[in-house]
Design a protein around this ligand. Sequence first.
Ligand SMILES: C[S@@+](CC[C@H](N)C(=O)[O-])C[C@H]1O[C@@H](n2cnc3c(N)ncnc32)[C@H](O)[C@@H]1O
Length: 224
Amino acid sequence: MENNRKKEFFFNKIYHLLFSEKFSKKINYNFEKKSRIDLINLVIKKNRYKKYLEIGCNLDEVFDKININKVGVDPVSGGNFRGTSDDFFSKNSDKFDCIFIDGLHIYEQVMKDILNSIKFLDDNGVIIIHDCLPESIGHQRVPRSRYNWNGDVWKAIVEVRTWKNFDTFTILADQGLGIIKKRKNLNVLNIEKKSFKDLKFKFFYNNYKEIMRTVSFKNGIEMI
Ligand SMILES: C[S@@+](CC[C@H](N)C(=O)[O-])C[C@H]1O[C@@H](n2cnc3c(N)ncnc32)[C@H](O)[C@@H]1O
């Protein structure tokens, strides 16, 4: 299994060497020492949320620390629903007020997870998305070619930032915690882009503060 993974990463590295964007600079975000677990529990307490959904649970590091009514979706391990997020949403009829998206970190799947989550989100609820701030091009490359990996989740955040009826920003902690609230967007991002998937890491590097609308942990909590 481990050998298969090493082989897969090796071939993906060669693919990127031949065909992908090249950019060597890294971003130092100076992330605050607060985690996704701190954030989720604080917003649950602050807003008296009652129902939690997690997409992608793995070792239940987060799922085990949530003490309200909860559903955890993962095709491989953790949670309490065995299957993909698409399987889950196709069967679900429940509403949730806190949804944490941390499944397959590829733009197309994250967009699907966001659109499905919006359908089942209470009006005062929140969607939290992990892995929104990759520190280097390698951390965001698809297909995946390294162990520590954020994927291109950030492109989904940029897309939602252009919508008028969803307020979206990114907290500078724990690999970047994207936040989506169902309310008027007073900070609509205007970028001329037909395909968000095709955005380049160089563009992200030069503009991440504005396109992701980065905020401190403290300000983020106040905004949720
Ligand atoms: C980064 S881990 C989740 C970590 C966990 N949320 C935490 O904070 O500790 C990603 C998980 O997503 C799961 N996953 C992959 N594809 C998925 C999909 N289509 N739907 C739901 N989960 C998926 C993987 O099996 C893996 O366990």
